[in-house]
Design a protein around this ligand. Structure first.
Ligand code: ADP
Ligand code: TRP
Length: 320
C-alpha cells in the first residue's frame, strides 16, 4: 500500500493540528510506503511573500520531524522539489470539465473569506490530483474538508485512463472521521483563526499563560464540578491514561478542588508530552544541513516515481 498526504505550511501548529493531523500522519508511516510533502506550491495561492513562504516551509519541516516523522519510513519532501507535478497537472487539466472545479467548496469558501480568486486558487484541485497520481498512491489520508478533492482526483484519473489507456492508479480517500474536534481555550474548535490555541512548541511562562486562560464556569472551590462539560478536562483527556482521567473526574465530582488545580495538572501533562519533541526540534534547528538532506532524499524518491508516471502519461497522450 502506498500512502500519500500533503500539508500546507500555514503558521504555528497547535494541539488541534497535532491530534487532528500530525499524530495520524505519524502513525500511518507504520502501515505502508508513506509519502508526505509540504505543499508550498499550494500555499502560494494565499502566501505571496517569499521570505514568509520560505520560513513557514522550514518551520513545518522542523515541526514534523521533531514530532516523529521518520525519514527512514516516510519520504518527506517539499512539493516544489518535484516540479514534474506541473506537467502532469496540464495533462489532467485538458480533461477536466470546468463544472468539476466550479462545484468545489474550497474555492467558494476561500474567496468568500476574501482570498483573491486567482486561476491558481481555482485550478488547485487539479494540482492536488497531480500530487496524488504522480506517485500512484492508493490511499490519501485527509481531513473531511479535502475529501472532495480526492474525488476530483479519482474522476480525472478515470477520465485519463478511459481516454488514453491505463496509466493511473485510482486512489481512495481515508477520512479521519474518528478524530474528535479539539476544543480551544474558549470551547470553540481550536483554530489559529480564533486566537484560542495552545501551540505545541510553546513552553515556560507563555505556555502557562495560555493554559490559565482556558475558560471555565464560575463554580466555587468547594462545589462539585462536571468534567464532561469542562474545557480543561476535555484537553486533559487527550494526554492522560484512562486511570488518570477517572481519577481527575472523581475529584471534579467530589468538590473541594478548584479549576486552578486541574489547569496545573493539564499544564504538567502538556509540558511533559511535548518536552522531548521541543528538545528534538532544537537539535534539528541547529543542524539545518541534515534537515535539507532529509528533504532532498525524500524529493529524490518522489521524483523518481513522478518521472516514471509522467513518462507513461506523455507516451499515452501522444507527446512522445
Ligand atoms: P486552523 O483551523 O488552525 O487554521 P488548519 O485548517 O490549517 O487549522 O488545519 C490543518 C489540519 O489540522 C487539518 O487537517 C485539520 O483537520 C486539523 N485541525 C485543525 N484544527 C483542529 C482541531 N481543533 N481539532 C482537530 N483537528 C484540527
Ligand atoms: N490541499 C491540502 C490541504 O489544504 C494539501 C494537499 C495538497 C494535499 N496536495 C495534496 C493533501 C495531496 C493530500 C494529498 O490541506
Amino acid at each position: 500500500m502506498r500512502i500519500l498526504s500533503g500539508i500546507q505550511p500555514s503558521g504555528k501548529l497547535h494541539i488541534g493540528n497535532y491530534f487532528g493531523m500530525m499524530k495520524p500522519a505519524i502513525e500511518l508511516q507504520e502501515q505502508g510506503e508513506a509519502y508526505l510533502f509540504i505543499a508550498n506550491y499550494h500555499a502560494m495561492t494565499t502566501v505571496q511573500d517569499a521570505a514568509a513562504l520560505r520560513a513557514m516551509t522550514t518551520e513545518v519541516a522542523l515541526d514534523f520531524l521533531a514530532c516523529g516523522i521518520d525519514p527512514a519510513k516516510t519520504a518527506f519532501y517539499r512539493q516544489s522539489d518535484v516540479p514534474e507535478v506541473h506537467e502532469l497537472a496540464w495533462l489532467l487539466s485538458v480533461l477536466c470539465p470546468m463544472g468539476l472545479l466550479e462545484r468545489c467548496h474550497s474555492f467558494k469558501d476561500k474567496t468568500a473569506k476574501g482570498i483573491a480568486a486567482s486561476h491558481g486558487l481555482f485550478a488547485y484541485p487539479v494540482l492536488m490530483a497531480a500530487d496524488i497520481l504522480a506517485v500512484n498512491s492508493n490511499v490519501v489520508p485527509v481531513g473531511r474538508d479535502q475529501k472532495q478533492h480526492v474525488e476530483v482526483t479519482r474522476d480525472l484519473a478515470i477520465r485519463f485512463n478511459n481516454t488514453y489507456g491505463e496509466v493511473f492508479t485510482i486512489p481512495e480517500p481515508s477520512i479521519r472521521e474518528s478524530v474528535a474536534v479539539v476544543p480551544g481555550l474558549d470551547g470553540q474548535k481550536m483554530s489559529k483563526s480564533y486566537d484560542n490555541t495552545i501551540e505545541i512548541f510553546a513552553e515556560g511562562k507563555p505556555l502557562k499563560k495560555r493554559v490559565m486562560k482556558i475558560v471555565t464556569d464560575s463554580k466555587e472551590l468547594e462545589d462539585p464540578k462536571d468534567p464532561d462539560t469542562c474545557n480543561v478536562f476535555a484537553l486533559f483527556k487527550l494526554f492522560a491514561s484512562g486511570e488518570e482521567q477517572a481519577g481527575l473526574a472523581a475529584r471534579y465530582r467530589a468538590g473541594g478542588m478548584g479549576y486552578g488545580t486541574a489547569k496545573t495538572e493539564l499544564l504538567e501533562k502538556i509540558d511533559a508530552h511535548f518536552a522531548p519533541m521541543r528538545e528534538r526540534r532544537r537539535e534539528l534547528a541547529a543542524d539545518m544541513d541534515h534537515v535539507e538532506d532529509v528533504l532532498r532524499e525524500g524529493a529524490a524518491k518522489a521524483s523518481a516515481l513522478a518521472r516514471e508516471t509522467l513518462r507513461k502519461a506523455r507516451r499515452a497522450a501522444g507527446l512522445e
